[in-house]
Design a protein around this ligand. Structure first.
Ligand SMILES: Cc1cc2nc3c(=O)[nH]c(=O)nc-3n(C[C@H](O)[C@H](O)[C@H](O)COP(=O)(O)OP(=O)(O)OC[C@H]3O[C@@H](n4cnc5c(N)ncnc54)[C@H](O)[C@@H]3O)c2cc1C
Ligand code: FES
Length: 263
């Protein structure tokens, strides 16, 4: 059940480049959050901007009662978040949304992640019975996150960068078919990252006659289903063959086969 809490900032520091890691004391949220869910953070001293900012949960530790979020500074809000110092408080609403399904115990999950999606799928990898194959992609090496942490879990980590500065030169989706050609069984395939990457993962999996779970990155306002700013079209048994659903409430994770990718 979602809660709104004032969480003390334990640490907030650079992870690498423009990416930061913030650790928040939020025991109730840490105890209930599921992989793929997100929290909506209101920034202290940023009241002139009323909207919260959504961030996936990277990790949750029930022993220390902490939540970890990894974020990239892309605009005013995230730049402000990067200046929040340890010891201050941020207001956190969560856990929100519907996350990834629980990984199977008899097949190996495959994670396809881009940019902050690398961090947003870490908790999923950590709770998996079998260590996933993790395909991590980004524009350049600076966008490849948490390789050491995934490897410490026993994951088979394969990296791609658009500029070839780390791993395979090209799109992370180019690693998917070769990974699935390995010794399986594999599945489910989970994806989190920019929407063009999610679209490509979906196309590959649906062409194979299989499905995937994709975490849509959609601009959000309220985060709790009240404003309809985040709607996406899903296939439905309606006159038009589709219906709108709210990403914050019915997602952000959806089955690839349910999404109307043509819009
Ligand atoms: C469910 C969900 C989970 C997310 N998890 C994470 C996470 O774990 N780590 C992380 O770094 N970011 C995450 N994001 C994206 C994050 O919410 C945005 O980057 C942030 O809200 C931008 O705020 P800002 O004020 O800094 O930027 P703004 O000033 O609002 O925008 C600056 C630039 O960022 C772009 N932008 C704004 N929102 C988004 C968005 N949702 N996705 C992509 N670009 C955006 C704008 O188009 C603009 O170009 C997530 C988004 C969603 C919807
Ligand atoms: S962000 Fe308001 S309904 Fe989803």
């Amino acid at each position: 059940m979602k809660k709104q809490v004032d969480a003390a900032v334990e640490t907030n520091s650079v992870l690498q480049g423009d990416y930061y890691q913030i650790v928040l004391a939020a025991p109730d949220l840490a105890a209930t959050v599921q992989p793929g869910q997100f929290v909506h953070i209101r920034l202290p001293g940023f009241e002139h901007r009323v909207l919260r900012r959504p961030f996936s949960v990277c990790d949750a530790d029930t022993e220390t009662g902490t939540l970890t979020v990894v974020y990239k500074v892309v605009g005013e809000g995230t730049a402000h978040l990067a200046r929040v110092v340890a010891g201050s408080q941020v207001n956190v609403l969560g856990p929100l949304g519907i996350g990834f399904s629980r990984p199977s115990i008899d097949s190996r999950p495959v994670i396809v992640a881009g940019g902050y999606g690398c961090a947003a799928t870490y908790l999923l990898a950590r709770i998996s019975a079998l260590p996933p194959v993790c395909l991590l992609g980004g524009r350049s090496a600076g966008d490849i996150l948490l390789v050491d942490r995934f490897e410490a879990l026993g994951c088979d980590v394969r990296v791609s960068t658009d500029d070839g500065s780390q791993g395979h030169r090209g799109r992370v989706t180019e690693l998917l078919e070769p990974a699935l050609a390995g010794e399986g069984p594999f599945g489910p395939v989970y994806a989190c990252g920019p929407n063009p990457m999610l679209r490509a993962v979906s196309a590959i999996m649906l062409t194979r006659g299989e499905d995937a779970e994709v975490s849509l990155d959609h601009v959000m306002c309220c985060g709790v289903g009240a404003c309809f700013a985040c709607v996406v079209r899903l296939k439905a048994d309606t006159h038009d063959g589709w219906k709108y659903v709210r990403t914050c409430l019915n997602g952000p994770v959806f089955k690839a086969s349910d999404i109307c990718w043509d819009t």
